[in-house]
Design a protein around this ligand. Structure first.
Ligand SMILES: NC(=O)c1ccc[n+]([C@@H]2O[C@H](COP(=O)([O-])OP(=O)(O)OC[C@H]3O[C@@H](n4cnc5c(N)ncnc54)[C@H](OP(=O)(O)O)[C@@H]3O)[C@@H](O)[C@H]2O)c1
Length: 293
């Protein structure tokens, strides 16, 4: 796809991979709508893109953890740009903690709203006009955690696994339609999300050591890989390339990950700190109560 003059919506453009992807798309001549919650950072980015001599992007604030926000964002983006050729579903949050710590509460459900339902709703809203033009690209930024979950990040990894599977199914459904579907698997990338994760005091020493051994990419590198996939009609991106083996050999990668990271659960949000638990505690409690007369 030649990106010159193409119109693209980038979610999570206020930081990290989304911000770098917006800059890379603008450099290719795309006209952008930038979305996120931090309007000041989005406006700064729009100014920066304009000072580089590109068309100033429109800024569209949206909190994608709220049901209905994605449909409204899609409508506002179409209103601002006329139509959309490219959707970069990049915004996501990390948190809640281990799968066992996730409860049937707002925080756990909001994570799925942000990381799965909103990307899905954006794609669904923009797809009909792409199909009518037999052209367009839907990009889902998932995570290698969807394939090799790390202990203590199970709920986040579940949202990403759902997104990755839905994206692959959509790709199969849209084959031959002219609309391309690209699945991006970042490994570790040096962004505020990863830095916050590494800075958590509850991170076990073994995990901290393992993290220090893993290859870490840059947001700019991830953005280049995404733009390359758009331009060269690639359907899957793994970044940094050192993790290319992960989707090809998931069983081996899982074994290696569990060997390196161990199995101790961590709490990854202050909210979870209050109701900290891990799988082994839950299992112990369950077996104790089962043993009670
Ligand atoms: N960095 C890594 O190592 C890594 C690894 C695997 C996958 N990923 C994935 O890569 C993507 C980009 O992450 P990143 O590392 O660049 O993280 P980041 O720097 O923390 O950026 C996350 C972006 O998502 C937006 N966002 C978060 N919650 C939102 C909400 N409720 N509504 C709207 N926007 C929201 C944030 O914008 P506001 O704060 O302005 O709302 C921000 O722009 C994510 O999908 C992430 O899961 C990253």
């Amino acid at each position: 796809m030649d990106l010159r003059g193409k119109k693209a919506l980038v979610t999570g453009a206020s930081s990290g991979i989304g911000q770098a992807t917006a800059l890379a798309l603008a450099a290719q001549g795309a006209t952008l709508a930038l979305s996120g919650r931090s309007v000041a950072r989005l406006e700064e980015l729009a100014d920066l893109i304009a000072t580089h001599g590109h068309v100033r992007p429109v800024v569209l604030a949206a909190d994608l953890s709220k049901r209905g926000a994605a449909e409204s964002l899609a409508a506002r983006a179409v209103e601002a740009l006329g139509h959309l050729d490219v959707l970069i579903n990049n915004a996501a949050a990390e948190g809640v903690g281990s799968y066992a710590a996730a409860g049937d509460d707002e925080a756990s459900r909001e994570l799925f709203e942000t990381n799965y339902w909103s990307p899905f709703a954006l794609a669904r809203a923009l797809l009909p006009s792409m199909l009518a033009r037999s052209s367009g690209a839907l990009v889902s930024v998932a995570s290698l955690g969807a394939i090799t979950p790390i202990s203590g990040t199970g709920h986040y990894a579940s949202t990403k696994a759902a997104l990755a599977i839905a994206t692959e199914a959509l790709r199969a459904e849209l084959r031959g339609s002219g609309v391309r579907v690209i699945l991006v698997y970042p490994g570790f990338v040096d962004t505020p999300m990863l830095r916050e994760f590494k800075a958590r005091p509850a991170l076990p020493a073994r995990m901290r050591r393992a993290l220090s051994l893993m290859p870490v990419g840059t947001p700019e590198g991830a953005a280049r890989a995404i733009v390359r996939a758009l331009r060269r009609d690639r359907s899957t991106v793994v970044y940094p390339p050192a993790y290319a083996i992960t989707p090809l050999m998931p069983a081996v990668s899982r074994w290696f990950t569990s060997l390196l990271f161990g199995s101790s659960a961590i709490s990854t949000s202050t909210q979870t700190n209050r109701r900290r638990c891990c799988t082994s505690t839950l299992l112990r409690r369950a077996s104790t109560s089962a043993a009670r007369p």
